[in-house]
Every structure is written in structure tokens, then in C-alpha cells.
Design a protein around this ligand. Structure first.
Ligand code: CTP
Length: 400
């Protein structure tokens, strides 16, 4: 997604500056070219050597190099950048940006930047909620600057509250969102993801190995393109912070079904990626079930099939996509599922393919559509597979 993009990253004097090393690492890993500006204060928190090594570019601090007179042209930097990211951004820098003060390279580059600008504030909670900071942020937002809201939690001061710079993974995700083409703007998409848990007593449940990675990656790919996405998520260990993603957390298949039916009523597309448990214990015991000698049998009752329930109420002009994880007679089974559940298309995963399936970062899929077409993919990262699926959903939504 960021391959070949030019990212100008500015680091200001905050304890969160140590996290900017990780931002550079992630941006470079995604294929971006990164140039780093540091304020004089930032150098007290993280060394220029660290940032230069990670970004593979010399660090820019002053308007010129006092030793050889080399000029660091803010105008050239402003034109070079596809995105100007200021992370961490202190209250001081935010206020100066708001008022057009131009007393360092970071600020002159901001005034010269022709590209989108994003700031990730980092400061103590009282500084963050001070009317002066709030006014600066409002002013910057009104001029189109993207504000990556800080998170809440323990701050370096020992106080608890909002002001902690967002985590590097989420900042990079935000950068991808800013730079992607908004081809799904105005569309609402729901994605079911992860496993469900069917409890039998207060301490035990039936579940499966789904990590939710595929569903979350698809949600992100669609959200980057401007769609407003709701993930109806079973219990997973993925945290996501994205301006276009809302997560509804559920646990059981029944909860997931209720949430999905409600969300579908105002969605343009439903992508059903969750590994929903087909059965749940017929009886839930309020007390922990005790071990008894001999075999134990558990009666199971079928859960509602979410994809099939949506198939029954499918509205014209909406697009529905299911998934089929198969071990044998793959195409035949997937096509029969698609028809039985009244889906427009189904993504087939074969557990026979090495590197495909649960808990791995790669996947190999084929997309089968109700008009009989088959699109076969090769083994790719789940993020790349998600882009392919988003391309497919986009092509279908634009011709509905
Ligand atoms: N699905 C669903 N609700 C269920 C079961 C499955 O929404 N209770 C959806 C899945 O999210 C997926 C598709 O139906 O999009 C197929 O899921 P899969 O588990 O492969 O199929 P099943 O219908 O459960 O059939 P089987 O387990 O017999 O293969």
C-alpha cells in the first residue's frame, strides 16, 4: 500500500519520540521512502543515529548544515512528500502550526507542504484538554490536517488520561488510509470476523481456531478505500483503530447473528468471514460442571446460520459474500454453500493449500460467483488477499 510513497516524518520533543523509531521501521517495511526531520528538543529523546539508520536517510534538523553550509530546502521537502506526518506532535508545535509560526525546519516544511498533513499529538492530559491546545487542533482540522487522536492510558507523568500518542501500527494504518484512493466512499460494509464462543458453563466453551486476521484485513482494505465499515467481531486479540471502522464485539453465534442482521439493514455489502460455531450446548449450566467417572456426552443444538439468514432477507442492490473453508470436493461444496445461503459470491479456502487457513499470515483463495465465474489466486499475505477481495467487492458494488 505504501510502496514507493514519500513520507516526511517530523519528530518533536516528547517522550513518545521513542515510538517514532518504530513508525519509521514500519513505513520502510511497507515500502515507503522516509525522510526524518527532528526538532532540537527531539534529539534529547531519541538519537539522530537511530532515526538515520532506520530511515536510511540523513536526519534533517536545521535549515542548513553549519559545517558545510548544505541547505535543507523546506520547499523541496514540501514538494517531495506524499504525506507529511508529525509524530509525536507536542502542544508547542501544534500551536505554532495553527498560527503559522515558521521558526524551524519542521514548521517551514509544514507551510510549504502540498501533500496531506497528519499530526499525532502526544502530551500530558491537562495540556491536551487545555482550551489553547483544543483550539489549535480545531484550527488545524478546519484546514484539512488529519488529527490522529491520542489514546487514553497511563502517561509518562504517572497521571491517567488522554494524551498518549497512538501506537505506531495504528499511525501507519492511518497513513495508509490517507494515501489510498477513496473508491468506496459513501458505501457501508459489514464484515463478520473471528470465532464465536458457545458456553456450556461459567468456565468452558466450544470455539475454534479462527484468529479474525482475514476479516480484519478485509475490513481495513475496504475502510482505506473510504467505505464505512462495521466489524462484527467474535473474541480475537486484534486491536484496530481506524477512522472508518467501528467494531461491535460479540461472543456467541446468536449475538453475532442479531448484530449482523441489524447492521445488514443499513449496509451495501455483507462480507461473512467469521468462523461461526454451527452448534451450541443445548443446556447452559450456571454452575461449573463437575467431573464424573465415565464418559460424558454433551447435547448440542444448531445455531442460526447468519449467512443464510441474510440470504433470506437479501435486498436488491446489496452484495453478499461468504467464505468456505473446505478440505475435500472444494469447488462443489463451496458452490453448493453459495446457492444454499443465497450469496452473490463465495471465497474458497482450501485447507489442502499450504500456508492457507487459520492463524497464519498468508492465504490462498479462489472467488466463485453466482454467475459461474471462478477467479483463482495464488499464495499471498492476508493483507494482499484482502486487497484482492476489496477489489472484487468494489467491482461488484460499482455495477449494482
Ligand atoms: N456461516 C454463518 N453462520 C453460521 C455458519 C456459517 O454465517 N452459523 C457463514 C460463514 O461465515 C461463511 C459461510 O457461512 O461465510 C460458510 O461457513 P462454513 O463454516 O464453511 O460452512 P457451514 O455452512 O458451517 O458448513 P460446514 O461447516 O458443514 O462446512
Amino acid at each position: 500500500m505504501l510502496r514507493g510513497k514519500h513520507i516526511l516524518l517530523a519528530v518533536t520533543g516528547s517522550i513518545a519520540a521513542y515510538k517514532s523509531a518504530q513508525i519509521v521501521r514500519l513505513l520502510v517495511k511497507e515500502g515507503a521512502e522516509v525522510k526524518v526531520i527532528m526538532t532540537a528538543m527531539a534529539k534529547n529523546f531519541i538519537t539522530p543515529l537511530t532515526m538515520a539508520t532506520l530511515s536510511k536517510n540523513p536526519i534533517l534538523v536545521d535549515f542548513y548544515n553549519p559545517e558545510n553550509g548544505d541547505w535543507n530546502s523546506h520547499v523541496k521537502l514540501g514538494i517531495w512528500a506524499d504525506l507529511y506526518l508529525i509524530a509525536p506532535a507536542t502542544a508547542n508545535t501544534l500551536s505554532k502550526m495553527a498560527f503559522g509560526i515558521a521558526d524551524n525546519l519542521l514548521l517551514t516544511s509544514y507551510l510549504s507542504a502540498r501533500c496531506p498533513v497528519a499530526v499525532a499529538p502526544a502530551m500530558d492530559l491537562d495540556m491536551y484538554r487545555h482550551p489553547a491546545t483544543a483550539a489549535s487542533l480545531e484550527m488545524l482540522k478546519s484546514r484539512g490536517v488529519f488529527v490522529i487522536e491520542p489514546a487514553s492510558g497511563e502517561l509518562a507523568s504517572g497521571l491517567e488520561g488522554k494524551g498518549r500518542m497512538e501506537e505506531p501500527e495504528n499511525i501507519v494504518r492511518y497513513a495508509e488510509y490517507i494515501l489510498s484512493k477513496k473508491t468506496l466512499e459513501g458505501k457501508r460494509i459489514m464484515v463478520t470476523a473471528g470465532p464465536t464462543r458457545e458456553p456450556m458453563d461459567p468456565v468452558r466453551y466450544i470455539s475454534n481456531h479462527s484468529s479474525g486476521k482475514m476479516g480484519y484485513a478485509i475490513a481495513k482494505a475496504c475502510a482505506d478505500r473510504g467505505a464505512r465499515v462495521c466489524i462484527i467481531s467474535g473474541p480475537v486479540s486484534i486491536g484496530i483503530s481506524h477512522p472508518n471502522i467501528r467494531v461491535v464485539r460479540v461472543s456467541t453465534a446468536s449475538e453475532m447473528c442479531d448484530a449482523a442482521l441489524e447492521e445488514y439493514s443499513f449496509s451495501d455489502a455483507a462480507i461473512m468471514c467469521a468462523a461461526v460455531a454451527d452448534y451450541s450446548p443445548a443446556v447452559y449450566s450456571d454452575m461449573k460442571i463437575k467431573r464424573t467417572p465415565g464418559p460424558y456426552s454433551l447435547e448440542l443444538t444448531p445455531n442460526r446460520d447468519i449467512a443464510a439468514e441474510i440470504g433470506k432477507i437479501k435486498r436488491k442492490g446489496t452484495f453478499t459474500l461468504g467464505f468456505a473453508l473446505e478440505t475435500d470436493n472444494e469447488i462443489e461444496n463451496a458452490v453448493s454453500k453459495m446457492k444454499k445461503k443465497n450469496l452473490d459470491a463465495i471465497v474458497l479456502n482450501s485447507l489442502k493449500d499450504e500456508g492457507a487457513g487459520f492463524s497464519v499470515d498468508t492465504n490462498k483463495i479462489s472467488i466463485l460467483s453466482s454467475d459461474g465465474k471462478v477467479m483463482e489466486g495464488c499464495l499471498k499475505s492476508k493483507a494482499e488477499v484482502a486487497e484482492d477481495i476489496a477489489d472484487y467487492v468494489e467491482s461488484k458494488l460499482t455495477c449494482l
